[in-house]
Design a protein around this ligand. Structure first.
Ligand code: BG6
Length: 310
């Protein structure tokens, strides 16, 4: 009997391409057929596919891929602020900048000892950025795709300034769902939240899982590190595990706001929900030389797996 074995060639773990603006994109692959596409525009993950080639992140059909605006969808990085509290642009400038591949060390994108394919990106402030936010930093982002198909983002922000600074942060994760009315979020019951629709007034969530019947724009405070987003129709659950990210943003614009956004389809609110690992209520404070790490891992599991096994 002849046994044939398919040997995974780790050189296939990455590919670089360019978008139609000439901005580099990195595609990570695992041996089972899963893939992740990351753009140097914003260090933004713009696609994450499972082994069957199904897209797991939402991107708008009206999304504009044009520098300097972040594309609507995927996982934009909100830094050094979430929201529009001070003179900085909404959700900070990091999502609108061109990042570099960080090859000093480790080497160029490859696989780590666990077989994860990954890429390391780097953002440093430009002279222009320093005019609006006068703090020198190095922001290192590792995006990796596991053998199990899990997507992991690890952000490390280092203060290379001579004075302290603080910032807020979010992985603004647009998850693709079948139909928003079929979605339930577990893990945020009884949590306090700021309601962005009521001038960030503080409320307490009741005991039930979150479901959607109208616009929701909330920041859940000091939440557990594991959150589940259940999609009943697709019978699958996104499991978000986070570290260094105490807060969770939940956002769905619903019909009226969708119509007001030029880069978002009128009915697309049905197919997405943003659930962000974030650090917002208590900004991260770094003294000179200090570094902060914020980690988010997203897995997709059959819904039957979830409630008992989380
Ligand atoms: C959410 C905010 O996270 O992002 C909303 O809570 C905001 O208030 C939304 O509208 C989208 O922001 P933007 O800047 O990408 O249009």
């Amino acid at each position: 009997m002849v046994h044939s074995a398919v040997v995974w060639d780790s050189r296939l773990a990455l590919e670089t391409t360019k978008d139609w603006n000439g901005i580099e994109q990195i595609v990570l692959r695992n041996s089972k057929g899963g893939s992740v596409r990351v753009s140097l525009h914003g260090g933004q993950v713009i696609s994450w596919r499972n082994e069957r080639g199904e897209e797991l992140l939402f991107t708008s059909s009206k999304g504009i891929l044009k520098h300097p605006k972040a594309m609507r969808g995927g996982i934009p990085i909100c830094f050094p602020q979430f929201g529009n509290c001070d003179s900085l642009e909404q959700h900070g400038f990091a999502r609108n900048k061109i990042w570099a591949i960080d090859d000093d060390p480790p080497p160029l994108p490859s696989t780590d000892s666990n077989g994860k394919s990954f890429v390391d990106l780097l953002l440093k402030p430009s002279e222009e950025d320093l005019k609006f936010w006068p703090h020198s930093f190095e922001f290192r982002l590792r995006v990796s795709l596991g053998m199990d198909g899990n997507l992991t983002l690890i952000s490390r922000v280092r203060n290379v300034n001579w004075k302290p600074f603080s910032f807020s942060f979010a992985y603004h994760s647009y998850l693709s769902v079948s139909d928003i009315s079929e979605v339930r979020i577990e893990g945020l019951e009884t949590m306090d939240y700021f309601d962005n629709l009521c001038k960030r007034e503080r409320f307490t969530e009741q005991g039930d899982a979150i479901t959607f019947e109208s616009e929701i724009d909330r920041i859940y405070l000091s939440s557990p590190n594991c959150i589940a987003v259940l999609d009943h129709e697709r019978k699958r659950t996104f499991v978000l595990r986070k570290e260094g990210l105490p807060d969770v943003v939940v956002w769905n614009p619903w019909d009226k706001k969708s119509k007001a956004m030029s880069d978002f389809g009128d009915d697309e609110y049905n197919q997405m929900v943003c659930v962000d690992g974030a650090a917002i209520e208590k900004p991260v404070a770094l003294k000179p030389g200090e570094e902060w790490t914020g980690r988010l891992e997203i897995a997709v599991v059959p819904s039957s797996f979830c409630s008992e096994d989380l």
